[in-house]
Structure formats: structure tokens, C-alpha cells
Design a protein around this ligand. Structure first.
Ligand SMILES: [Zn+2]
Length: 562
């Protein structure tokens, strides 16, 4: 069946092969089973690539006789190639920073957290800040937020600032709080709008700061200069290419970052494709957005189609805005980090400037508010379907709101690994009923190719194969629960791949040139040592990236396991 389809593809595509009087120079990509992408996932033996784009796909023998000059060959090492995998929601600079910081993911107790921080502090001169990220008190025996006392006692010479796994809370030690001038008695935990300063019995900070309150500490931390940012960017890029990613939607950047990236691109140092979303909050003005959107350049390395906005916090720190109180905290509804009226104004500003809004919404209240805002913008500016507004995470959505995504043309930009990472504790936060609309990607799109999948790195690892595995199994890396924690939300391998390729491309208006390997599309490939469509899901977790190809050029070469 597959072979038949492949020769059919060849016949169809042969007709589209480069025409005209000039014989183009091509590179032949060969020695792999090359899947052309959604919707049929036909496989071919080889691609002919010219000026970064596929000109023909088919059998190697036929492409060798094609109407072109073969100037180079790229051997794909006997692997299995898919259209380049894309991550529709990540934080590149955050990843670069995380690569430099203490990694606290998976830490199973407060004592272990302290031990890791102390180990790092011992390598740094006194007074230098120790930064870390990834702790999650839900994995600790007590499941309670820590108090800084033990950490402060263990780190008397270094300010310490540790972000929670979701980026929505931070833990500071005494020196960091002193530097930030927040170690005083507070009148209330809610003194800071849109955030919380957790207080102990003496009304002094416990060291845990939530959402906007984290900024108090950030302000005191040493400034990051341009050289540090560039170093982080380039380190993150290498990491992402090695993970097999060819394109990333980078969420929430400053205009200055776009300038940095333009320079790296012009110097030929930008290899990864980047779709940048500017960081916007309430009070966004058109002056902040001058010069945007930024259209793709000739090589399509960099574009800025929209703005990331924020509706609420995160579920783990109970900052996600819910319609009904948290199941495990009766009076807590979470919080909107941008008031609905401000959010409405920011979204309308984006729409009026032709910028695509990409709004962070986790809780069912936040998702509803954002959908209402999109509806309001539609009343004022007409159908938004062409603009494709996005909701980032769409993690908990009330049943009545499920159909509104497709009706309004809203793209659900979701992260399958969030579902499986949150699986151990999300039901406690949400209760039986709401969990039905949680991490429920199938309910928010008529077909998975209309979803945009990503990882939210560095919150989760940037590895797209872990995302594919999570979407296919709805189970943890250990394979439990066997039927998947959401059996009805599991996707087939082809569906999951679609959301990481054409679905992500569509979310950035790029489905005519990325996400497939048909003639005219950019020759971006992820080459694995397993067949992502045929292998057992668990194999994906052990799979190796043999090659990452962008514009027909090898940008990462990996080795086989044996
Ligand atoms: Zn994010």
C-alpha cells in the first residue's frame, strides 16, 4: 500500500517539477524514508531541493534523471524523515538562561532543592546570585510551598532566586529579599495587584512570590547585558536544533530582542527559523508596536506576526483564573493578570494593527474572557478568522466554550507534555467535572491538523518527541496509566505529527510553505532513527535525531545509538 502511494506521489509531484529553460542546480536528499506530511503522510525515497525549497519528491532513480544539475547530495543516514518538527510555543532566551541555571525539575524534596543550590553556590564567589528554575512543591512529600528559612541558612553568602516550574512563582532566600527590599512586615498577601506575597505567621514573606509579585525580586537581580543575551540565544539555538526542531514560535519577546535576532540573521548566525511574538500586557500602546508586524525575510528565518498577551497565571500555583473555586482550596479562584477591559483594549489594538494576538489562558474563566474579547474585537473589526487569533495553553475550557474556538477561528496552541506533567495533581485542583475540559485538545479543533502543538520550553523539555509521545499515549514516560489518562484525547501518530508540523505552521500563517515537503515548500526535515508513524510510542522516548535540515542544509548531525 505504502509503495503504491509513494509512486502515485511521484507521478503527481513529477508534474510539478521545476520547469523553464534554465536547468536549476539541486541538492538531492536521499537514503531515508521521507514522509511528505499531512494529510496523507506518503513516503518517498528522495527530494530534489533548490534554493532551499523542494522542487520534486519521489524515487531516487527518477530524481537522478530529472531536468536539473545535481550539484550536491545529502545522505540522510538510513533514517526516517518527517517535515521539520516545529514548536508552537517556547521561550528561546528563557531556555538559554535555563541552560546556565540550576535545574530543579524533578526535585522530590525541599532538602534536595537546597542541596542542588548549595552545590552551585560553592562554585560562585560570595555575593553572586544563584538562579534556578523548575521546582514543583507538588512533587515533595508535604506538597506545600516552602519557607525560605532552611534555604537561607544554607546559603548565607549568595542571593538565591528560584523560579517555579511554571514560571508563575519564585522562591527567594533572605539575601535576595533583602536586596529587593521586600523583607518587611506586609499588611496583606494581596498588596501587589495581580500577584501574591505569601506571608508567615509574623506577616513576613515566606520567600514565595506569585505572578506579578515575582517582579519585585527580578528588579533586584543583576542586569543581563547584550553579550549575555547573545550567548544565551546561541546556546539555546544549538540545543533546539539538536532536539530536531526546525522552527520555534518564541513567545513574549522585547523589540530589542528582535533587533538582536535581525543582527544574528544578517551575520548568518541564525539557523533556526523563528516566529517571534512580542511581549504585551495591559496598557499596551501603538508606540510599543511601531514597525510591527515584521514580515518574513527572503530566507524566512525571522518574522514577527503578533503579540503575546497574558490573561491569567498557572494551575500549579493556583494562579489560573477559574469560574468556580479550586477544588482543593475553597475560596481561591486564581487571578487574572490582566483585567478583562485592559485585555479587550490590548487585543483590539493588535487587531487594528494587523497583529495576531496570542493570549496566555490557562483557567476556564481566563479562556472564556479571552474568547469574549475576541468576539468583541470581531464585532468591531469584522471576522477574525483570517488573522487566526491564538489562545496559548487553552488548558481548562468549560464545555460551553469548546465550540467557540472553531466558530471564532481561534487556534488552540497546546502542550501535550503539560497534560502528562500535570496529571498527578491536576485532578485535585480541578475536581472530576472540570477535568473533562482540561488538556482536551480533540474538543477544541475539528481535526488535529488545526491544533498547534509545542512544549512551552523551558517549562517542559524542548524535545518534540516527548510531546509526540504524550499526545499519542496521554501517559507518563513509564507508560502509566496504560489506557492514557485521557483515553478519548489520544491522537494517532499521524495526527500528533500534524499538530507539530502543519498545525504549527498554520498558526503562524505559514502552511503554504512549511510543515510539508511538497514542491514549493521549504526543505526542512527532522530525521530520526525510528519511524515516527510506525514505531511503538515508547520508542519515541529513546529515539535519536540523526539530522536536522533547514532550507535543504544540514544544521545538526547526530549519531546513531549503536
Ligand atoms: Zn509560555
Amino acid at each position: 500500500m505504502k509503495t503504491q502511494l509513494a509512486s502515485l506521489a511521484c507521478a503527481l509531484l513529477g508534474a510539478c517539477a521545476a520547469s523553464g529553460p534554465e536547468r536549476p542546480d539541486v541538492t538531492l536528499l536521499h537514503n531515508a524514508r521521507i514522509y511528505l506530511g499531512a494529510p496523507h503522510w506518503l513516503a518517498v525515497e528522495a527530494l530534489a531541493v533548490s534554493e532551499g525549497r523542494v522542487v520534486s519528491a519521489g524515487a531516487l532513480a527518477e530524481l537522478e534523471r530529472g531536468p536539473w544539475n545535481i550539484v550536491a547530495r545529502l545522505d540522510l543516514n538510513g533514517g526516517f524523515a518527517a517535515p521539520g518538527l516545529q514548536d508552537a510555543h517556547g521561550h528561546v532566551e528563557g531556555l538559554g538562561e535555563a541552560l546556565e541555571n540550576v535545574d530543579l525539575r524533578g526535585v522530590t524534596s525541599y532538602e534536595e532543592l537546597i542541596a542542588r543550590v548549595v552545590a552551585r553556590a560553592s562554585t560562585l564567589p560570595p555575593g553572586e546570585w544563584v538562579r534556578g528554575r523548575g521546582w514543583d512543591q507538588n512533587l515533595w512529600p508535604s506538597r506545600e510551598f516552602p519557607h525560605h528559612a532552611a534555604l537561607s541558612a544554607a546559603t548565607p553568602d549568595h542571593p538565591v532566586l528560584l523560579e517555579r516550574v511554571d514560571g508563575h512563582a519564585s522562591l527567594a532566600n533572605a539575601l535576595a529579599m533583602r536586596a529587593a527590599q521586600v523583607d518587611r512586615a506586609w499588611s496583606s498577601e494581596e498588596e501587589i495587584a495581580g500577584g501574591r506575597v505569601l506571608l508567615d505567621g509574623e506577616r513576613r514573606p515566606t520567600g514565595v512570590f506569585v505572578d506579578t509579585a515575582c517582579a519585585l525580586l527580578e528588579r533586584a537581580a543583576p542586569r543581563v547585558d547584550a553579550a549575555v543575551r547573545e550567548r544565551r540565544w546561541l546556546a539555546a539555538q544549538e540545543h533546539l536544533l539538536a532536539a530536531g526542531l526546525t522552527c520555534v514560535h518564541d513567545m513574549g519577546v522585547a523589540p530589542a530582542t528582535v533587533r538582536l535576532l535581525e543582527r544574528l540573521r544578517d551575520e548568518g548566525r541564525l539557523k533556526l527559523r523563528l516566529v517571534e511574538y512580542l511581549s504585551g500586557g495591559g496598557g499596551l500602546s501603538s508606540a510599543d508596536l511601531e514597525g510591527f508586524p515584521l514580515a518574513p525575510d527572503a530566507f524566512d528565518r525571522l518574522c514577527v506576526p503578533g503579540v503575546k498577551l497574558y490573561a491569567d497565571g498557572a494551575l500549579g500555583s493556583r494562579g489560573a483564573a477559574l469560574l468556580e473555586p479550586y477544588h482543593d482550596e475553597a475560596h481561591q479562584h486564581g487571578l487574572m493578570v490582566t483585567e478583562p477591559a485592559e485585555l479587550q483594549a490590548a487585543i483590539e489594538l493588535c487587531v487594528s494593527l494587523g497583529l495576531q494576538p496570542a493570549v496566555h489562558a490557562i483557567g476556564d474563566r481566563a479562556n472564556r474572557v479571552v474568547l469574549d474579547c475576541f468576539e468583541g474585537a470581531q464585532r468591531r473589526y469584522g471576522d477574525l478568522r483570517e488573522l487566526r487569533p491564538r489562545i496559548e495553553h487553552a488548558q481548562v475550557v468549560a464545555r460551553e466554550d469548546w465550540p467557540r474556538f472553531e466558530a471564532l477561528g481561534v487556534i488552540a496552541s497546546m502542550q501535550p507534555t503539560h497534560a502528562t506533567s500535570d496529571m498527578p495533581w491536576a485532578p485535585r485542583r480541578l475536581g472530576e467535572q472540570r477535568i473533562e475540559g482540561a488538556y482536551a485538545w480533540r474538543r477544541l479543533a475539528s481535526e488535529p491538523a488545526r491544533l498547534a502543538f509545542g512544549s512551552d520550553f523551558p517549562v517542559e523539555r524542548a524535545n518534540p518527541l516527548e510531546g509526540l509521545y504524550a499526545a499519542i499515549t496521554c501517559a507518563g514516560p513509564d507508560g502509566e496509566p496504560r489506557e492514557g489518562y485521557r483515553p478519548d484525547q489520544r491522537l494517532s501518530a499521524a495526527e500528533a505529527l500534524s499538530a507539530f508540523t502543519i498545525g504549527a505552521a498554520r498558526a503562524a500563517h505559514q502552511e503554504q510553505r512549511r510543515g510539508r515537503l511538497l514542491p514549493g515548500y521549504f526543505a526542512d526535515l527532522t530525521v530520526l532513527d525510528v519511524d515516527p508513524l510506525e514505531c511503538a510510542p515508547a520508542e519515541l522516548l529513546k529515539a535519536r535525531v540523526l539530522a536536522t535540515v533547514i532550507n535543504g542544509e544540514l544544521v545538526y548531525a547526530g549519531a546513531r545509538a549503536h
